[in-house]
Design a protein around this ligand. Sequence first.
Ligand SMILES: Nc1ncnc2c1ncn2[C@@H]1O[C@H](COP(=O)(O)OP(=O)(O)OP(=O)(O)O)[C@@H](O)[C@H]1O
Length: 261
Amino acid sequence: MTDTDISTAPVVRLTGGTAALGGRPVLRGVDLKVGPGEVVALLGANGSGKSTLVRTLVGLVPLTGGSIDLFGTPYAKFKDWSRIGYVPQRTTAAAGVPASVREVVASGRLTRRRMFGLSREDRAAVDEALTAVGMLDRAGDGIANLSGGQQQRVLIARALARRPDLLIMDEPMAGVDLANQEILAETLRRQQEEGRSVLLVLHELGPLEPLIDRAVVLRDGCVCHDGAPPPATGQHALPGHDHVHPHADDHHHRVTPGLLS
Ligand SMILES: Nc1ncnc2c1ncn2[C@@H]1O[C@H](COP(=O)(O)OP(=O)(O)OP(=O)(O)O)[C@@H](O)[C@H]1O
């Protein structure tokens, strides 16, 4: 397999990415690769640059240096945005939007080519996505009347309705209770089974831990770990408890305790 073959190329390849916000460097030379069918977790402390990184991938923050390829295509030439589903961090979306749950999810199906009217396939995809996040019975409700966790599930459904080949989610579990985290984990498991790629910003692995193929940890705008998911903080993070994670069969990265602290 070569990365130049478009069908087997990484779905995301960021090389030497730098970005600044408010004149301050936030990404300082980040390399990130997500392979076809891979589920990658992006971890790191508050302010380490995780959201900024995923925002550069979807065009919300410009790179000041480095390059991005999506599905083997240089960023400037990439047009196939319907292949990517993006779930922003919850605080940046949904509040005050006067739309129903179904309208928000259906907006995930809109393309520049066809702005009006949903096809039968569109409607099926919307229902399927609403069912996946357990919100079909709330389809007619106003989004502003939902709880924060329910709004989050609607935004996830909006991204799923695109049936994306790459799903990028920024802290999808924030504000979602444990029962619904399990539902979302199941949804992700199905994505994975269908060979779709997922890039997740997470604070902790939680119920998603078994699904994660690889973890990339940012610290102060740089990658400080790329390999097996680091052990949960807690007793594993106690001094002297550094170990090689049992999943690290092909990497054997030595994991620094308290990587996320
Ligand atoms: N609009 C902005 N203007 C200036 N600085 C910003 C802006 N947004 C974020 N930053 C700064 O950029 C840095 C990285 O922020 P970012 O949101 O990417 O971090 P994060 O790792 O996603 O954090 P969290 O886990 O808290 O969401 C932080 O120091 C933050 O203060």
